[in-house]
Design a protein around this ligand. Structure first.
Ligand code: NAD
Ligand code: ZN
Ligand code: ZN
Length: 345
């Protein structure tokens, strides 16, 4: 093993990432060192690099929380992972295990949680440290590049769909058919839901149909008639909605398409607010719910859906050196599905 590795580093918010030679870290007690082979690029990495959110990471840092690779060293006391295993990192890098949320199966809400690629260096580097209790374990039967997007996009939409409370046979609206949304369509279908999607680009509608959406609308074309169209094709509105769009306008739009008693799961994180119509929320008994990634158990289930061949992310592989071009394409919403970076070539 060489002593240094290549990594893409955020040196200042909004500046292009720099490819730097960094020292390969050594795993401390409870940690493992993973040789990162592939990493998905999530829109959250772009928010991180731009310092978009009220709680900010501290540059310099290495983004990335969809990293998949091989365990090459373990620290003291590690039993859950061994050298040679396949594993990844996750947004939920660790949690305390002892607070009221950790103790009640809601570890993603832990106030002491650490976040991969945000408060801990992430997977845009050739090696990364993980907390061995929280690193997702990856079965050797799967394709490592294809599984990478499951580690954030997959688990997030799977959990977001669960908390939408949509039942098999009922309608769900997926708003935003990017990295998260195109995978959401597939989990929804696998969970027995009927899918309608909204994006602002016809190419995204084609991607949605390819993965099993029965109807795919372009909000830019439908304008103010969008909610009525969705209500028409679903016989009165969707039972639930999952909003992954990175645009505040998509949120009230999704609420407008809900059936009485419906729930909207908010997952996309544009740093904006949206007006909530009090009258219709009360009269139609609507629920608005935030959903943040998933627990370790949700992750295990999401990976299991993938390993059984039910989820097939659409992705292209690009080298780490192209990270800034990938971000430019993401800003322009030109990516078809996900980009997965090859860290070693
Ligand atoms: P992405 O850039 O791949 O996809 C965003 C999609 O939204 C694109 O297809 C774009 O065309 C579409 N869009 C833009 N404006 C729209 C509009 N008005 N209506 C409908 N669609 C519209 O991004 P991604 O990686 O899928 O991430 C999406 C968001 O989810 C980001 O804000 C990210 O930070 C957030 N995220 C949240 C969690 C969580 O745990 N809650 C986890 C991962 C990502
Ligand atoms: Zn993510
Ligand atoms: Zn906790």
């Amino acid at each position: 093993m060489t002593d240094t590795m290549k990594a893409a580093v955020v040196t200042r918010f909004g500046a292009p990432l720099e490819i730097q030679e960094l020292e390969i870290p050594t795993p401390g007690p409870g940690e493992a060192l993973i040789k990162t082979l592939y990493s998905g690029v999530c829109h959250t990495d772009l928010h991180a690099a731009h310092g978009d959110w009220p709680v900010k990471p501290t540059p310099p840092f290495v983004p990335g929380h969809e990293g998949a690779g091989e365990v090459v060293a373990v620290g003291e006391g590690v039993t859950r992972l061994a050298v040679g295993d396949w594993a990844g990192n996750a947004w939920l890098w660790s949690a305390c295990g002892a607070c009221e949320w950790c103790e009640t199966g809601r570890e993603t809400l832990c106030p002491k949680a650490q976040y991969g690629g945000y408060t801990k260096n992430g997977s845009f580097g050739q090696y990364m440290l993980v907390d061995a209790r929280f690193a997702p374990r990856i079965p050797k039967s799967v394709d490592l590049a294809a599984v990478a997007p499951i580690l954030c996009a997959g688990v997030t939409v799977y959990k977001g769909l669960k908390v939408s409370e949509v039942k098999p046979g009922q309608w769900v609206l997926i708003s935003g058919v990017g990295g998260l949304g195109h995978i959401a369509v597939q989990y929804a279908v696998a969970m027995g839901m009927r899918v309608v999607t909204v994006d602002v680009d016809d190419a995204k509608s084609r991607l949605a149909r390819k993965h099993g959406a029965e109807y795919a609308f372009n909000a830019a074309v439908e304008g103010n008639g969008l909610a009525a169209k969705i209500k028409e094709v679903t016989g009165g509105g969707v039972h639930g909605a999952l909003v992954t769009a990175v645009n505040g306008k998509a949120f009230p739009q999704a609420m407008g398409a809900l059936r009485s008693g419906g729930t909207v799961s908010l997952v996309g994180l544009p740093p904006e607010a949206f007006p909530l119509d009090i009258f219709s929320t009360v009269l139609f008994g609507l629920t608005v719910r935030g959903s943040l990634v998933g627990t370790r158990k949700d992750m295990e289930e999401a990976i299991d859906f993938f390993a059984r061949g039910l989820i097939k992310p659409t992705y292209t592989v690009q080298p780490l050196a192209e990270v800034n071009d990938i971000f430019d394409d993401m800003i322009a919403a030109k990516i078809d599905g996900r980009v997965v970076m090859d860290l070693q070539h």
